[in-house]
Design a protein around this ligand. Structure first.
Ligand code: SIN
Length: 479
């Protein structure tokens, strides 16, 4: 491990600290099982200290000009980019993400810091023509206050920066609780944030295994004004309920069940490339990964043959192997889920065309199954693993209705060369993000987020800044 960025302490109020009685927890590599670090197991006590420190730091941080805050964010961005290799290595070791993707994630994560450093300068208000001669109506935008960010293991860096960069740019201090699986990347980011010059209390990172207790504290504490969470819909619902008594603002980026539709007028080779990208990114462990592939009957066999060939060519390997395209799953629980989904599908009539095998440790073969139907678990629940089920449809209406037949509405993809169909289907799909002849759609420039039970608010882009701003109306009278 890289000594410079590997920390054994958490970061609260500008100091590196332990849990008061010295409790720690170990971090393990999903690829090798080896222990790669030990960090403090903080409790609700330290969480309260972090929240109060953030609140105390708020007046001075929000009093800076947007340009002054942007200068600190810009330094943080540059430090992240400079330490790209070390950050990617830490990330791969603790999350299992293959190194080529971790390098990509550092760039992706850094892009949010760069973007919001600039966008913070454009938190424009408004002047409204008044309804009487002696008044002036003005709208101003101000940061919401202390922001709590609860982030997942699958994007240990980018999900932090996508939340905290807009918050910090808007003048809000942050308290981050990274996933227990991936605290080391979060602490490495905190090291760089400290070096960039965020004042004490503005940037805090709480490492813990007590996710439920610490999460409850972040939701209940009246000084926290906004919670931003990425994770499962089940946990999102619980956090939302816990935030209700203090009526916190919420950004929730929750589960998905992404359909990938291939129409008979599609460029099949392009669709195969898109499906491989959208399915096997981080071994199927992203919220926007394809969960269901829907193929029009007349091209089903042609698509499946080429798709199986492309998936079979993916190279599985340890997370630090520069050639590896598919790594391990994150945990035994994830492995059990993937195996249970395949077993359920086969029991209900699906055929395994490729894979379906648990190799060693947390490695499960990239898998393609055909004959998938709506009564299978994989049709309704997020598999979060390397299994691609192929369904058949006959008409455009049927495809759209199959795609929308889910409580989720995060991402959807489809391939067609008919421009009319592209508009019709894009508008009919009930998903926050739609890739049209495109399998990789994430960028800091566009709003990321879901409809239905996939969440609230958007991250990235100008909409992602808005989520950390209060809209305030000032009425100047007696003029
Ligand atoms: C996620 O899986 O939550 C994020 C995926 C992305 O940003 O592309």
């Amino acid at each position: 491990m890289t000594p410079l960025l590997v920390r054994t302490q958490a970061y609260v109020n500008g100091t590196w600290c332990h849990e008061s009685s010295g409790r720690t927890f170990a971090v393990h590599s999903p690829a090798t099982g080896e222990q790669i670090g030990v960090v403090p197991d903080l409790t609700t006590d330290e969480t309260r200290v972090a929240i109060e420190a953030a609140h105390a730091a708020w007046p001075a941080w929000r009093a800076l000009t947007a340009k002054e805050r942007a200068a600190v964010l810009r330094r943080w961005f540059e430090l992240i980019v400079t330490h790209r290799d070390e950050l990617a290595r830490i990330m791969s070791q603790e999350s299992g993400k293959v190194i080529s993707e971790s390098l990509g994630e550092v760039g992706y994560g850094a892009s949010f810091v760069e973007w919001f450093a600039e966008e913070g300068k454009r938190a424009y208000g408004d002047v409204i023509p008044a309804h009487t001669r002696d008044r002036r109506l003005v709208v101003i935008k101000q940061g919401v206050g202390v922001v709590a960010a609860i982030t997942p293991w699958n994007f240990p860096l980018a999900m932090i920066t996508r939340k905290v960069a807009p918050a910090l740019a808007a003048g809000c201090p942050v308290v981050i609780k990274p996933a227990a699986e991936t605290p080391l990347t979060a602490l490495a980011l905190a090291t760089l944030a400290e070096a960039a010059g965020f004042p004490a209390g503005v940037y805090n990172t709480i490492t813990t295994t007590q996710s439920a207790e610490v999460g409850a504290e972040l939701c209940a504490h009246p000084l926290v004004r906004k919670l931003s969470f990425t994770g499962s819909t089940t946990v999102g619902r619980q956090l939302m309920a816990q935030c209700a008594p203090t009526l916190k603002k919420l950004s929730l980026e929750l589960g998905g069940n992404a359909p990938f539709i291939v129409f008979d007028d599609a460029d099949v080779d392009a669709a195969v490339r898109g499906a491989v990208q959208a399915k096997y990114r981080h071994n199927g462990q992203t919220c926007v990964c394809v969960n269901r592939i829907l193929v029009q009957r007349s091209i089903h066999d042609r698509f499946v043959a080429r798709f199986v060939e492309a998936v079979a060519a993916l190279r599985t390997g340890d997370s630090l192997d520069p050639e590896a395209q598919v790594g391990p799953l994150v945990s035994e629980r994830a492995l059990d889920k993937v195996q249970a989904f395949v077993k359920d599908a086969v029991a209900k009539g699906a055929q395994v065309q490729l894979g379906g095998t648990h190799r060693r440790g947390l490695f499960y073969d990239a898998t393609v199954i055909t004959g998938a139907t709506s009564n299978m678990r994989i049709a309704c629940e997020e598999v979060f693993g390397p299994v691609a089920p192929v369904f058949v449809f006959d008409t455009e209406d049927e495809a759209v209705s199959m795609a929308n037949d889910t409580e989720y509405g995060l991402a959807a993809y489809f391939y067609s060369r008919d421009v009319g169909r592209c508009w019709r289907v894009a508008e009919a799909l009930e998903f926050g993000m739609v890739g049209i002849n495109e399998g990789l759609i994430s960028t800091e420039l566009a709003p990321f987020g879901g409809m239905k039970q996939s969440g609230l608010e958007r991250e990235g882009s100008r909409y992602g800044l808005e989520a950390y701003l209060e809209t305030r109306y000032l009425c100047f009278g007696g003029l």
